[in-house]
Design a protein around this ligand. Structure first.
Ligand code: NAD
Length: 497
């Protein structure tokens, strides 16, 4: 155990604590899951799994806080969010460091992630306008009608390991600004950043019980899904778990939005600026070591420019600096666990077995002078991939880029649309007509034109189609405000008026 992790308020004897009703509480649950620094392989904490009764305590505490909180004027409800935003900005560097320690990404990636999280706090501060519904005078003879949005109660969010600073902030600020109370269950593999967010929430002035944190694993999640006191659940994680959460939460009568895995594509048209497209494609495929739901690990390239594009991609990829995320100059960090690295290596083997041409093998990357036993894997590039191959279809969630050759854009869009997923896609082109067709024909929720990674700002919802999303209302912006409220319509007549 390193000293700085132990010194965090929310950690006791290396075990992250829960935050319930304004208090940090140790859990009696299962000793749980090791939190490992991916850069060194050292265990830095161990996440205990909260028991069913501890989940119950957190939900009941949040329920008890709901009545007062929903009656608190909205202008007062957003004041702690102003404070929270300021604290997040003041502590950005140390938060980013904690994030890198438990996740492995680079410091720059961690800072970027936190910035996107803060954007959501800013967006939620606009709730007094955004929560307004509508009013119509004389909707019928002598009758006025007014729609209002009301909070519903306790909402929970269950989040993944790969953006521990940003993804909780896709939900928490909106849930509480709209007048609900909240329980977060972060990834057991990266609980420390979430704990630090709650340290700052604790200083932001929320009344006790409005924001709560429980650590845990699958059983903790299932206790949340089954709890009668939870009105709705936001989930982000892999597709099989997203389906499970969607079905189970719905069976228990809850609102649910469940974001799943992805297998995104970039399409490179003949007219594209190839150098720019290659730089953006490599950036998108290998940022966060490929552990991103918006990564584009499959490039579908027009035959006329394929060979030139492959050369540019190789040149760009070979120059990447792989190493510890906290070290200056590192452009790609290690993978989250040794088990996950083994899974990615198995995919590389499968790609070779199925006949793809491995031009660059990340398993042969050398990492001089690395301390400890980090989970490093260099970037890999496959050419001559076909859409039927496993590496083209399944989410690898690691630094593996597959290049597919197509005759034209018809074939390219067909390849993209055959995917089971639909989180994101990007097109590189110099022609407006290509872009217009792309926008109309490609079936994915986040679409980029001449953008490597199509990540919407917080004032747009975060798309996701097919097996990348289960539900109706997405994360961020207007969608999540609707998710956290229900509308009532007042129909009024005053005969004397
Ligand atoms: P994961 O599905 O393993 O875990 C996500 C959460 O689900 C965690 O909090 C975990 O405790 C819980 N969980 C895991 N197994 C469970 C089970 N059997 N029953 C109940 N709960 C369970 O995902 P991960 O590995 O942490 O994250 C990576 C995945 O998340 C990738 O598939 C990635 O594409 C996806 N992701 C999607 C988005 C998006 O916006 N669509 C964003 C980020 C990550």
């Amino acid at each position: 155990m390193t000293r700085d992790i132990d010194a965090l308020t929310q950690v006791e004897d290396g075990r992250p604590r829960n935050y319930v009703g304004g208090d940090w509480r140790a859990t009696d649950g299962d000793p749980g899951q090791d939190v490992v620094d991916p850069a060194t392989g050292a265990t830095i904490a161990r996440t205990p799994f909260a028991t069913e009764s501890e989940v119950d305590e957190a939900v009941e505490t949040a329920r008890a806080a709901f009545d007062d909180w929903r009656s608190t004027p909205v202008e007062q409800r957003i004041q702690p969010l102003f404070e929270f935003k300021a604290l997040l900005e003041d502590h950005q560097d140390s938060l980013a460091e904690t994030l890198v320690r438990e996740h492995g990404k680079t410091r720059k990636e961690a800072a970027g992630e936190l910035r996107r999280g803060i954007e959501n706090v800013e967006r939620a501060i606009g709730i007094p306008s955004a929560m307004q519904a509508g009013h119509l005078q004389n909707a019928a003879p002598g009758i006025d009608e007014t729609a209002v949005r009301k909070p519903l109660g306790v909402f929970a969010a269950i989040t993944p390991f790969n953006f521990p600073g940003m993804i909780p902030l896709w939900f928490l600020p909106y849930a509480v600004a709209t007048g609900n109370t909240f329980v977060l269950k972060p990834s057991e593999r990266t609980p420390l950043t979430a704990g630090r967010l709650f340290d700052l929430l604790d200083q932001s002035g929320f009344p006790d019980g409005v924001v709560n944190l429980v650590n845990g694993g699958p059983d903790t999640v299932n206790a949340i899904l089954a709890h009668d006191g939870v009105e709705g659940v936001s989930f982000v994680g892999s597709t099989p778990v997203a389906k499970h959460v969607y079905e189970t939460a719905a069976t228990h009568g809850k609102r649910v939005q469940a974001q799943g895995g992805a297998k995104n594509h970039v399409v490179v048209a003949e007219s594209a600026d190839l150098e720019f497209a290659a730089e953006q494609t490599v950036g998108s495929a290998f940022a966060n070591s490929g552990q991103r739901c918006l990564a584009n690990p499959t490039a579908v390239v027009a035959d006329a420019v394929y060979d030139e594009f492959v050369d540019l991609v190789l040149e760009e990829t070979e120059s990447l600096e792989v190493g510890p995320g906290l070290e200056d100059g590192t452009e790609m960090g290690p993978l989250i666990t040794t088990e996950h690295r083994a899974t990615v290596e198995d995919y590389i083997e499968t790609g070779i077995d199925e006949g793809a041409d491995l031009l660059l093998d990340g398993r042969e990357w050398t990492f001089p002078d690395q301390p400890g036993d980090g989970h490093y894997l260099g970037p890999s590039v496959f050419a001559d991939v076909t859409p039927e191959m496993t590496i083209a279809r399944e989410e690898i969630f690691g630094p593996v880029l597959s290049l597919i050759r197509v005759d034209d854009l018809d074939e390219a869009y067909d390849v993209v649309n055959r995917s089971e997923f639909g989180n994101a896609a990007s097109l590189f082109t110099d022609r407006g007509a290509d872009a217009k067709r792309f926008r109309h024909e490609v079936e994915a929720g986040n679409l980029g034109v001449n953008i490597g990674t199509a990540a919407p700002m917080a004032f747009f919802h975060f798309g996701g189609w097919n097996d990348s999303f289960f539900g109706d209302l997405h994360a961020q912006d207007e969608d999540v405000i609707r998710f956290y409220t229900d509308e009532a319509v007042y129909i009024e007549r005053w005969p004397d008026a």
